[in-house]
Design a protein around this ligand. Structure first.
Ligand SMILES: NC(=O)c1ccc[n+]([C@@H]2O[C@H](COP(=O)([O-])OP(=O)(O)OC[C@H]3O[C@@H](n4cnc5c(N)ncnc54)[C@H](O)[C@@H]3O)[C@@H](O)[C@H]2O)c1
Length: 449
C-alpha cells in the first residue's frame, strides 16, 4: 500500500470505497460495528448465528448496548450495513476485516477454534492490501501463528501484500461504545511499519484518544491478559482478607475504604464470585504460556483458586445460619448476571451457588431483571424477573449480583414478601445495614451479628 493510499484510508472508508467486515456480532462485535457505522463506514456484519444476522437485516437487534440499536437501524436504512452468515463472501467484498469472535477455554487451555476458522475463511479470499484487525484476547504469540498460517496459505507477505493489526478490545458491556470512542486509548500493534501506520490512521477515525502503540503483537497480547490478571489477583487478595475479617470480627468494607484513601492502594471489592468471559479466563491463557516456557506463575493459579472457592465459602456460611429442621429449606438467589445491570450471565458465580445449594438439599429460585429462563440451570431451578415472586416464603435471600435494583432492599420488603425470619446474605456488600433491624443480614467480609 502506498503512502497516499494510507493517507486516503479515512476518506475511502467514509465513502464506502473500502468496506469493513466484522466477524462475530456478539457483545464486542456489536460495539465495534456501531462505532464504525457512527464513523460513517459501510459494514458487513458477519455471524454464524442466523438469528443474529436476521435481526440485523430486520432492524430488530436484541443487543441492549446504549446507542447500538440506533446506529444499526440507521445504517440498514441507508444501506450501509447488512448482515450475513457467509464469511467467505464478506471477506471477498471487504478490504478491512475485523475479527471479534470469542475465545473459549477447554480444560484450562484456550480454545481458538473460532479464531482459526474465521481466519481460514478470510484467507481463502484474501486480496492484496487487505487489512486484518484481530480483537479477541488470545494467548501470547497467537498473532504470530495466525500470520504464519496466512502467509503459507496465500504465499503473500504480511506488511507487503496484506496488513495485520492486533488491537485487544478493552470494553465493558453497557458502556462499550463510549469506551471505544472516548474512555480508553486503543492498544494497537502490528507487524511492520506500514501495518502500524495503517492502524494509527484507522483508529484515529473512531477514538478521541491517541492509541498506545506497542512494539509487537506479543506485547499487546500480553498487555490485555495482564489487565485481566491484575484484576483477578486484586480481587483474590480482597476476598482472602474478607474471609479473615469475617473471623476476626472486622469489616473489609471499612478497611478497603480507608486503605483506598491512599493513592497507591486500589483494592477491588470482595464478592461471592468472579464471572464473565474475561477475568476468569485470561489468567488461564497466561498460565498456558507460562507452562510452555517452564515458568511457575503461581500467583495467577492461586488467585484463581481463591476466587473460584468464594461461592462454596459463602454457601458454607449460609448453611451454618440455616437451622436444621425436617422441612426442606428454600433459597432465592438475586442475580444471574455476573455483573450489575448487564444482561451477561456467562460463567456467572450464580451457577456455582445453585449447585452448592442443591447439593445441600436446598430448593433454589433465581431472580434477575434481565432473564426469565436459563437452559444451563437444572430444571428444578426457576428463573424469574419478578422479585416478589422469587423471594416468596424463602428461608434465605442471597444477593449474588450488584444490580441497582437490589441496593434498596430492606427488612420491611423482605418481611412483607417473604417471611418474618428470612435471612439475607449480601454477597456483594451493597446493602445498607441500617435497613435491616428486624431481620438478620450477613455481609461478605463482615462478622455475623
Ligand atoms: N465481553 C466482553 O466484555 C469483552 C471485553 C473485552 C474483550 N473481549 C473479547 O472479545 C471476544 C468476543 O467476546 P464477546 O463478548 O463479543 O462474545 P459473544 O459470545 O458475545 O459473541 C461472539 C459472536 O461471535 C459469533 N461467532 C462465533 N464463532 C463464529 C465464527 N466462527 N464465525 C462467525 N461468527 C462466529 C457468535 O455467534 C457470537 O454472536 C472474547 O473472546 C474476548 O476475548 C470481550
Amino acid at each position: 500500500m502506498k503512502t497516499e493510499e494510507i493517507e486516503d484510508l479515512p476518506k475511502d472508508i467514509r465513502t464506502g470505497k473500502k468496506i469493513i467486515s466484522v466477524y462475530g456480532i456478539g457483545f464486542v462485535g456489536t460495539a465495534i460495528t456501531s462505532v464504525w457505522l457512527r464513523a460513517g463506514a459501510t459494514v458487513i456484519a458477519v455471524d454464524k448465528n442466523n438469528k443474529i444476522v436476521n435481526s440485523i437485516n430486520d432492524k430488530k437487534i436484541a443487543n441492549t448496548e446504549p446507542k447500538a440499536k440506533e446506529a444499526f437501524i440507521e445504517a440498514v436504512n441507508n444501506k450501509k450495513l447488512f448482515g450475513t452468515r457467509n464469511i467467505k463472501l464478506a471477506a471477498k467484498k471487504s478490504q478491512i476485516k475485523i475479527v471479534s469472535v470469542p475465545v473459549g477455554i477447554k480444560n484450562h487451555i484456550a480454545d481458538l477454534s473460532n479464531v482459526y476458522s474465521v481466519i481460514d475463511d478470510i484467507t481463502i479470499n484474501l486480496n492484496r492490501n487487505d487489512i486484518i484487525i484481530m480483537t479477541p484476547t488470545v494467548p501470547i504469540g497467537t498473532s504470530n501463528q495466525l500470520i504464519k498460517r496466512m502467509e503459507s496459505k496465500t504465499k503473500m507477505k504480511v506488511n507487503e501484500d496484506f496488513f495485520y493489526i492486533y488491537s485487544p478490545e478493552r470494553i465493558a458491556i453497557g458502556q462499550a461504545i463510549a469506551d471505544i470512542e472516548n474512555n480508553y486509548p486503543a492498544i494497537i500493534s502490528g507487524v511492520g511499519k506500514k501495518s502500524l501506520k495503517i492502524a494509527k490512521k484507522i483508529f484515529g477515525m473512531i477514538s478521541s484518544k491517541n492509541p498506545i502503540v506497542m512494539t509487537s503483537t506479543k506485547a499487546a497480547e500480553a498487555e490485555k491478559l495482564i489487565e485481566g490478571l491484575y484484576r483477578d489477583v486484586n480481587i483474590a487478595l480482597v476476598n482472602q482478607i474478607a474471609i479473615l475479617c469475617e473471623k476476626e470480627g472486622i469489616d473489609i468494607w471499612e478497611i478497603r475504604n480507608a486503605a483506598n484513601s491512599q493513592p497507591f492502594s486500589n483494592l477491588h471489592k470482595a464478592g461471592i464470585g468472579v464471572g464473565g468471559y474475561c477475568i476468569p479466563i485470561y489468567p488461564h491463557l497466561l498460565l498456558q504460556t507460562a507452562k510452555n516456557r517452564g515458568i511457575n506463575l503461581n500467583l495467577a493459579s492461586i488467585s484463581r483458586e481463591i476466587n473460584e472457592a468464594m461461592p462454596a465459602h459463602c454457601v458454607n456460611r449460609i448453611l451454618k445460619e440455616l437451622k436444621q429442621t425436617n422441612k426442606k429449606k428454600k433459597a432465592a438467589i438475586l442475580g444471574l448476571a455476573f455483573r450489575g445491570d448487564i444482561p451477561d450471565k456467562r460463567l456467572s458465580p450464580t451457577y456455582d451457588l445453585v449447585n452448592e445449594l442443591l447439593a445441600n438439599d436446598i430448593k433454589v429460585t433465581v431472580h434477575d431483571p434481565f432473564f426469565d429462563n436459563d437452559s444451563l440451570l437444572p430444571k428444578s431451578v426457576k428463573v424469574t424477573k419478578n422479585l416478589k415472586k422469587a423471594i416468596r416464603n424463602v428461608d434465605i435471600i442471597i444477593v449474588a449480583t450488584n444490580h441497582n435494583q437490589y441496593n434498596k432492599l430492606n427488612d420491611e420488603f423482605v418481611v412483607k414478601n417473604s417471611k418474618a425470619k428470612t435471612i439475607v446474605f449480601d454477597g456483594r456488600g451493597i446493602l445498607n445495614r441500617k435497613n435491616f433491624t428486624k431481620i438478620k443480614l450477613i455481609t461478605i467480609g463482615q462478622k455475623n451479628d
